[in-house]
Design a protein around this ligand. Structure first.
Ligand code: ADP
Ligand code: MG
Length: 475
């Protein structure tokens, strides 16, 4: 039996014992590098993959090898970066291991752009396998969005049409949208579902026009059962794409087909959009996802650890959850870094490691270790100057712009925001703040404060900016 045959058989035995996405992740680009007498040398594409598999699957591999070839007594794990080459002679392609059912699932992961669905063979895009409604952790800040997606998936084209989900980055819009598409397909395999980003939509229009295929383009999108368009803010000021989407939207809507949209702001705050389109967006259900609270963040981390089959000290998870408040993508990102660093260095995840990772990314100014006791974040930023510097950095202007006389719109907004924050968080007098800002009159500061306070009642972007700034400063 050749080395490749041995490894193929070993993989066949391991496959049913682990979850498919994990199998795919850890056994792609692996193979037997060599056999020295009774020792089999198994190759992995990266140190991380090698370490991971060795720590977690050694027993399974050993057992499988024994069954396939009892004469092998020892295993050696090595890193061979050449395994990622397309024509590496050592590796066993997983294509030959996965059967048709697995293939269907895995294709969705690997072949992000080309998933054929339904009788008509329309393509659904980028429905990532990890994004399901079940593995979306529901907390008070996202439960409406989740419930709406669930309702849409059980009755597409029903009362929640169009469904419009908005939030800041990394809060689960793409996850929910894809999960909705997936769920519709699960209950009706023949449904024609299209998921795509607004950017892809725009690119396709441009291509269709270039190739004089606009009719095909129109037909393709106007005959689906569910059209999911992610990140529609990308269509800002793109009149042609907006117009095309407007017509597609109307056709689908008139035929009771489901439309699901996501964006970074509510319909009325979308800049650079035709009013008639904004009007359409708001016709059905509009839901916002807010940043998750501590409990939800912790639940997301726990769930992810379970999925990855890793065990991490609860205190470490609590520390991550406590410190990363703003978005789930960052939250998971830090968790993955903690896992990969400890796996590589063969150490146990500690709060110190989390602290190192966070401060190296400037995610926070000072880590809160003592989360259980409820430490007080507002002790962190105390000076006017610190607030001004942070606001300047956030709005991409300089400190001197803010305290100086320039009256450009962006600078004035940033200036008002810093005055507002100083007044609110440090409680300095209007006079003192005015003096600090280049000797301005106290009424100017008062006006800035009131104006921001006023706008915060309606201006979504400003609310988001202020929330982000406060978080950054630990207020
Ligand atoms: P957005 O599209 O809003 O920028 P994503 O959907 O890409 O955000 O989410 C970022 C990451 O966080 C993804 O890996 C997603 O699976 C995960 N995520 C977000 N919210 C949740 C949640 N409530 N439960 C589980 N995972 C989540
Ligand atoms: Mg997204």
């Amino acid at each position: 039996m050749s080395n490749r045959d041995v490894w193929r058989k070993v993989l066949m035995r391991i496959k049913p014992t682990i979850k498919l996405p994990l199998f795919k992740t850890w056994f792609t680009d692996t193979g037997i590098i060599d056999r020295k007498e009774n020792t089999l040398i198994i190759g992995f594409p990266t140190p991380f993959a090698k370490k991971w598999v060795q720590d977690r699957y050694n027993v399974k591999i050993r057992q499988a090898v024994q069954e396939v070839d009892p004469s092998i007594q020892d295993l050696e794990y090595q890193v061979h970066s050449s395994l990622t080459n397309k024509d590496s002679v050592h590796k066993v392609s997983l294509d030959s291991i996965l059967d048709e059912n697995d293939e269907k699932q895995v294709r969705k992961v690997r072949n992000k752009n080309e998933l054929h669905i339904g009788k008509q063979g329309l393509k659904s895009r980028q429905l990532s396998i990890g994004h399901t409604l079940e593995n979306f952790i529901v907390g008070k800040d996202n439960k409406l969005a989740h419930a709406a997606c669930l309702a849409v998936s059980s009755m597409p084209g029903g009362i929640y049409n169009p469904l419009y989900v908005f939030s800041g980055v990394g809060l689960g819009k793409t996850h929910l949208l894809q999960a909705t598409g997936r769920e519709i397909l699960r209950s009706n395999r023949d449904a024609r579902v299209i998921y795509m980003t607004a950017e892809q939509f725009t690119n396709e229009i441009i291509e269709a026009i270039g190739k004089r295929r606009t009719k095909e383009f129109k037909d393709k999108y106007r005959t689906v059962d569910c059209f999911i368009l992610d990140d529609i803010q990308f269509l800002e000021n793109k009149d042609m794409s907006q117009m095309e989407f407007f017509h597609t939207f109307n056709d689908l809507y008139d035929n009771n087909k489901q439309i699901v949209l996501s964006s970074d702001s509510p319909p009325k705050d979308l800049d650079g959009f035709k009013d008639r389109l904004k009007g359409r967006f708001g016709m059905g259900t509009v839901v916002e996802i807010l940043p998750p609270d501590y409990e939800t963040r912790l639940a997301i981390l726990r769930h992810r650890c379970q999925d990855l089959q890793v065990i991490i000290d609860p205190e470490v998870l609590e520390c991550i959850a406590f410190n990363i408040e703003s978005n789930v993508r960052d939250l998971i990102g830090v968790l993955m870094q903690v896992i990969s660093q400890t796996t590589l260095n063969d150490t146990v995840p500690t709060i110190d490691l989390v602290a190192n990772i966070l401060s190296s990314q400037h995610k926070i100014h000072q880590i809160h270790r003592n989360h259980a006791a409820g430490s007080c974040p507002s002790e962190q930023v105390r000076s006017m100057n610190q607030i001004i510097e942070t606001v300047a950095g956030y709005f991409h202007v300089t400190r001197d712009d803010l305290v100086g006389p320039v009256r450009k719109k962006e600078i004035m907004v940033a200036r008002q925001v810093s005055m507002y924050l100083i007044r609110r968080e440090l409680d300095h007098s209007y006079e003192k703040i005015g003096a600090y800002f280049g000797g301005r009159n106290h009424t100017t500061v008062l006006h800035a404060y009131n104006s921001i306070e006023d706008r915060l009642k309606t201006d979504h972007r400003l609310i988001r900016d202020l929330t982000a700034l406060k978080r950054e400063m630990g207020f």
